[in-house]
Design a protein around this ligand. Structure first.
Ligand code: WT7
Length: 686
């Protein structure tokens, strides 16, 4: 599938980029010996990182592992918010910049560690007044404003778990997530700026609550966009629906937060207490509530932020992800703040008001480390070099990539046009479930190859597993820091070996499970290759031990770097009255990595005009799930290719959608079906 297609082009890549001696000399870590040291005693390695955090009470046991249940730093008590804010203030850094924020209209704020301590304490006290207690879940549905990050920290401060739902999700998706987590309080804003318009968040919240969210007691609403006509940095807020205020349920941020005391003690949390739930798509229609706890998660994100991004006191770090995704949790909020970093946050679109917005932000704030996604990089490539070239990007010293495999061409463009040829690139592989980066270069040590996420982070062992469950990893460790995972005498030269990626040992920031669904947790991640974690990705390892990630091997699509399950889109489609049956696949796309293609069978009694219906079905998916789930192609068909046992052959649909020669069709019940489909696809495409 995805594997066989990308692999050949990827592995023709022979360029390599060693760290410059100057970069290596100043890097936070530059001794290759750390790899073998970490593997000799992984628990000691992680314990050392945990010791760099502040604990109210130190743990007594580093790890208790009863597959699939891990407990890290057992017996320890700490608070994530204390580690991200208070301890920096107590160390005399109250005046240090924490957030440099830009709203889309160009309004901006710089907030120091001292100021966030005050603001977060007030938000925390407001949450308490609204009845939130240790162990409760709080749902956050906000634009990328500093209050979003501060609300996450306020939850952590009082021991409530947050569940952030990306502001692009629909009312249905929001409702489903609220109900699964049984959130008590929902925090939102009137609206957030996006590409000159306003996303009507409060209105969508009203719709979600109308659908039924019995656990929600109060809704806290931040005024961000303001009433239509409000002027922000010279721009008037356009018309948008601000929703209907419901007295008793809805509470204005300004009415409750500002009058709170600015002192709020941090709740001492058990190392294994819930820090947050974050929903991600799986191969069924129901999203998985990925659970992360406190001590191990914070240890993992603090360690990876410091070593992968080489963060120093004078760095200005910008991870462009929204806090609605795990990248925003780990590398906008917890990892950088645990390191006392200066963090850039941007609210809006990369082309508002013009296509140079990102580069203006880099220039204006002197961003030194930039972490973004391949889909964004390919978009910038398409827009052309003129936009970055007219900005001063000389402050940049390190670049990062995450979310999907980066094609060598985009890697080279990023390196040359954005990095001026001088910045190392860290292509970081990880997932919502892993909590922090697991496969990545260390920029002061690793020689990078465009398209490869290189090697497991120290103390992590990754392997390639074949269909039968055998470890077929040829070699681990580019410079032979450590040898074969399988203990075999595999050669260190020769062709790359491909298969399923697996992680061999537990690590501190690993998910502790799927919220209230231990069975699914075991089945999805631990059943396929007993004893090993199966992330759902395919990968190859080359003769130097470099990992080349090849995309998902399950029914999860990666659209612009975001997980969307084919099932979820299929259920949205069959929810439409005209649709009898639907099959959805991810087809490769130049910019987004994958785009959604849907094949639908229309109920026989429905009369329709196909253009109108196709547009309606696309809009229906966006309304049911969110704009990211809008299919690029909807193909109306009389039949779907099925095996004799009735299973839809998605592989053939992918062949059709990507215009390839058809693969093996011998198991098809009726081979004529795909040929008819192909003719139809070709005539309707574009
Ligand atoms: C899936 C996880 C991790 C934050 C953003 C996505 C893919 C992620 C890479 C990379 C190749 C990558 C994988 C993974 N992925 N980073 N550097 N190279 N693939 O988090 O939504 O949980 O998605 O994204 O397929 O399983 P997520």
């Amino acid at each position: 599938m995805i594997m066989s297609r990308t692999i050949d082009t990827l592995l023709e890549e022979s360029r390599s980029f060693p760290p410059s001696p100057e970069f290596a000399a100043r890097a936070n870590v530059n001794d290759p010996g750390i790899y073998s040291e970490a593997l000799r005693d992984p628990q000691a390695f992680w314990a050392k990182w945990a010791d760099s955090l502040h604990w109210f009470q130190r743990w007594h046991t580093v790890l208790e592992w009863n597959l699939p249940d891990a407990k890290w730093f057992v017996g320890g008590k700490l608070n994530a918010c204390y580690n991200c804010i208070d301890r920096h203030v107590e160390a005399g850094n109250a005046l240090r910049t924490a957030f440099i924020w830009e709203g889309e209209p160009g309004d901006s704020r710089t907030i120091t560690y001292g100021e966030i301590l005050i603001e977060v304490s007030k938000i925390a006290n407001a949450l308490k007044e609204l009845g939130v207690q240790h162990g409760d879940r709080v749902c956050i549905y906000m634009p990328m404003v500093p209050e979003l990050a501060m609300t996450m920290l306020a939850c952590a401060r009082i021991g409530a778990a947050h569940s952030v739902v990306f502001g692009g999700f629909s009312a249905d998706s929001l409702q489903e997530r609220i109900n699964d987590a049984e959130a008590k309080v929902l925090i939102t804003a009137d609206g957030g700026w996006r590409r000159g318009g306003v996303v009507p968040l409060k209105k969508i919240v009203d719709q979600a609550l109308d659908l039924g969210c019995p656990s929600i007691e109060r809704v806290l609403v931040l005024e961000r966009a303001g009433a239509p006509g409000t002027i922000t940095n010279g721009l008037a807020t356009p018309e948008y629906d601000r929703g209907a205020w419901q007295e008793g349920r809805d509470v204005r941020w300004a009415d409750i937060v500002s009058r709170q005391s600015d002192v709020c003690d941090c709740e001492p949390m058990d190392s294994e207490d819930l820090l947050f739930i974050l929903y991600t798509s799986g191969s069924t229609g129901k999203p998985k509530g990925i659970v992360h706890t406190t001590g191990g998660y914070l240890t993992g994100v603090a360690a990876t932020t410091k070593w992968v991004f080489d963060l120093k006191d004078d760095d200005v770090f910008w991870c462009t992800a929204d806090c609605g995704w795990v990248t925003g949790h780990s590398y906008v909020v917890y990892g950088p703040l645990a390191n006392g970093a200066q963090v850039v946050i941007y609210e809006g679109a990369p082309d508002a008001p013009d296509k140079d917005r990102f580069w203006r932000i880099v220039e204006r704030h002197g961003v030194t480390v930039l972490y973004t996604a391949p889909t964004a990089i390919r978009t910038f490539m398409k827009w052309g070099d003129a936009y970055p070239k007219r900005c001063d990007l000389s402050s940049l010293r390190l670049l990062g990539s995450v979310g999907e495999p980066i094609n060598p061409e985009a890697w080279m463009w990023y390196h040359e046009v954005i990095g001026g040829g001088r910045c190392p690139i860290v292509d970081t592989w990880w997932q919502t479930e892993t909590g922090s980066i697991l496969i990545t270069p260390l920029p002061g040590i690793t020689t990078t190859k465009p398209g490869s996420a290189t090697q497991p982070f120290p103390a992590i062992r990754a392997a390639i597993i074949d269909e039968a469950g055998n470890d077929v990893t040829p070699v681990q460790g580019a410079l032979g820091y450590y040898s074969c995972a399988s203990g075999s005498d595999a050669p260190t030269t020769g062709p790359a070996v491909g298969g399923y990626l697996a992680i061999l040992d537990p690590w501190p920031s690993m998910t502790r499970g799927i919220w209230r669904d231990p069975e699914r947790f075991f089945d999805v991640y631990w059943k396929r290759f007993p004893g090993r974690y199966f992330p759902g990705d395919g990968a190859k390892v080359d003769h130097e031990g470099y990992f080349w990630l090849l995309g998902r091997v399950d029914d999860v699509m990666l659209v612009a770097g975001h997980n969307i399950s084919t099932m979820e889109v299929e259920s949205a489609l069959v929810d439409h009255h005209a649709v009898a049956e639907a099959a959805v696949i991810g087809k490769s796309h130049d910019v987004k990595g994958q785009a959604i293609a849907a094949f639908v069978i229309i109920r026989s009694e429905i009369r329709y005009e196909s253009d109108g219906l196709i547009a309606e079905l696309k809009a229906h998916c966006a309304a049911k799930i969110g704009a990211i789930a809008r299919p690029d192609d909807v193909i109306i068909t009389a039949e779907l290719p099925k095996t004799r046992s009735g299973k839809i052959m998605r592989r053939l649909l992918r062949d059709v959608a990507e215009g390839r020669a058809l693969g093996d069709t011998t198991t098809l019940a009726d081979p004529a079906v795909v040929n008819a489909l192909r003719e139809k696809y070709e005539s309707e495409e574009g």
